[in-house]
Every structure is written in structure tokens, then in C-alpha cells.
Design a protein around this ligand. Sequence first.
Ligand code: ADP
Length: 419
Amino acid sequence: MNRIFADIRGRVLGGPIRRYYKLKAAYSILGELSECQGLESALKVLVSNVAARMGVEIVSIMFIDNDMRRLVIKIARGLNDEIVKNAATQIGQGVSGWVGKTGQPLLIKDITKDTRFTQRSSNGKYYNNSLLSVPIKIQDRIIGVININNKVSKDIFREYDLDLLKTIADTAAIVIENIKLQEDLKRINDTSYELMSNVSHEMKTPLAIIKEAVSLMLEGHNGGINEKQKKYLELSKQHIERLNRLINEYMESAKAMQGKLLLRRSLFDITGTIRNVVDSLNMLANEKGVELKGIIPDKKVEIWGDPDKLNEVISNLVDNAIKYNKQQGSVELKLDEKDSMIAISVSDTGMGIPHEEINKIFDRFYRAESSFREGIHGTGLGLSIAKDIVSLHKGKILVESEPDKGTKFTVVLPKSLRK
Ligand code: ADP
């Protein structure tokens, strides 16, 4: 009944009111489509909307194939499954093929009288010989076609129907293109993460062997070494550890993207982790002329969490604090505890982060403009992983920064995950 009413309304109402209904339809379709997850569900919503708003029984949506030669039905309503499964039209042939080729919308009141097409009259499936076919276009690029037949009112299609279907198709085109781009991006992301993860994995073993050899030399297993050699070897070890952290970052990021980042929790003393980080990054700080200081309570502070992953988070924050610091600068790593929470803060006297970028630095691959300008290397992954790890611990990570003065990151964690 509503559909028949929609049809009568379409015929009777004049210009401005029709324009109002058209915009309202477009707005509401845009809203519904934007909520859809994936192309398939968006197309289902689109078909239902076309059927309801146009008051028709038969709707089909066709997309141009990758080889650009055919239009293939992606979804339909009111046609039997067998037709849908096998339906494909060569570009340039038949009604949809004509629309797919020319990009022009088509209103046909009686196909038997249209000399452009050799179509027979309707075969009982249709109430009459009238149909509408409009292109789905992104600017000038045609990506598909929407066809409709059979008004519930049994009337033929008119100009105002064509106008409304064109508006719906234009609205849908924007959302469809957006979803397709997102799906393509996800496919590219998945592939690149898989590649990244495999390469990183392959690099881990040789790196572990090099690190072991350097450690053995440092311990004097193959004869004594002089002070200069010791210094070089220690520096090499620190850089091997840095490379290891980088590889871990890639692997963790790949896992986080695939929702596979998991914690291995145990009750452990976080002061040990912090001491460890200070020890292992001290030399790197010295190398840059930065003073690294740890302020840690003189007692055990036990928390429930993943010691390796939290080590990674703190190492990354301290590594950044050194990396983005200036000569003669300083870094302070501090642990505070209060009731059931702990706070680990890393403050530096470095370049700082501009206000407008502070909310973006936790995004995967984001690097502040100033880091590029200063030629400081990085992946833009460390903070995004830190954020993922901290939120798996039900904690949060805060940042305060003043350009040219310094930055302070604070990781706030519950001591126990059990509330
Ligand atoms: P990166 O590998 O680039 O250091 P991160 O994800 O760890 O990646 O950090 C993202 C960006 O945040 C960095 O590229 C840098 O621009 C900014 N940043 C992070 N820590 C600091 C800091 N302590 N001081 C200034 N900028 C920082």
C-alpha cells in the first residue's frame, strides 16, 4: 500500500516538494549505507531501499567486470536465482549494456517500440514493457547499473521515477566506491602485513646468532679484548637490540592488525623491568649525549601483566625519548604507585610534539612532521603497539608535550587485571 502511495505521491507532487522527498531519500539511504559493514550488506540495503522507495517488484544491480567487457548481476530482487546466477551482459548490448557503455540513464515506456533494442515484449513476468536503467558512476567512471521493472501500481515509469532513481544511484555510488576502496586497502594491508611478519621472522634467527657471538666476545671467550674493542662491541650489541626491537614492532603490529596480539600474564616485579630498560638503553643515551635516569621505589612493585610486552612498551617510550631528544638533554623514567594503580612516566627534554599532531601519534605509521624534518628514522609503529598493549592490560597511555621543551608519556596500569 505504501508503495502505491509513494507512486501516487510522485506523480501528484510538484517540483519543490518532489525535490524535498528526493533529498530526504538520498540522505536517509546515505545514512543506512554508511552503517553497513562490507559491500554485500550495503548492496542488500540498497536493493531494499530501491524497491521500497520506487515502489517496484524487480530490482537488479550489475557491476562492470574487471576485464571491463561485461556487466554481471551482483544482487537482485524479484528475479529467480537461476537467472541471477547466469546473468551477464556484454557492454554495449541490451538495455543494461547500453547504459553501461554510454553512462546515460534510460527511461523506457515501451521497449517494443524502442528501435535501439531488439527486445521482445514482456513474457508474463512483467506487468508492462516499461523499465528504468541508470548508471552507477564515480565522476565519469561507470562502475555498474541499477535496473528496475514492475511498478506495484502496474503503471509505466515516468520522468519523476527516473529522477529519483538517478539520485539514489548517485548517492549509492559514493558509498559503494568508499567500501570498495576500504576492502582493497584491507586486502593490500593483509598481504603487506603477512610479508612484513614473514620477513621479520626470518631476520630474528640470524640476529640472535650475531648477538650471541658479540656477547661471547664481550665476555672474553675468545681471548682478551682491549677497551676500544669492548666499546665497539657494546655499541654493536645495543644496535642489535634496537634492530631486534624494530623487528618485534613489525611482528607485533602485524599481529595487532589481525587481532592476534595476546598477553601472557604473570605476577612480576615491574621495578626489575624498568631497571632492565635503563641498563639496556644507557649506552644508546650516552652515544647521543643524553642523560638517562631511573627513579624507582626501593622495593618490589608486583603487578599482573605480560612482562615482555610491558618491557617493549617502556623500551619504546625511552628509545623515543632518547631519539627525539637534543644533545646534553635528559630522560627520566619514573615509577609511582598509588593504591591499586601504577604510573610509569617517561619525560624528556626533546623537540616535543606540535599540538595539532598529538592525537595522531598513536595512529599506525603516523610520524610527526618534525621527525621527518630532522631526519630521525622510525617506523611510526611503536606508539600504536604500545597503545594496543596497554589497553589489553586495561590501562591507558597519556601524553603531554610542549614543542622545543619536551614530552612526557605516562602509562597508567592497574596492578591486577581482576577487579
Ligand atoms: P617512530 O618509529 O617514528 O618513533 P612511534 O610510533 O614510536 O614511531 O612514534 C610516532 C611519532 O610520534 C614519532 O615519529 C614522533 O614524530 C612522535 N614522537 C614519539 N615520541 C616522541 C618524543 N618523545 N618526542 C617527540 N616526538 C615523539
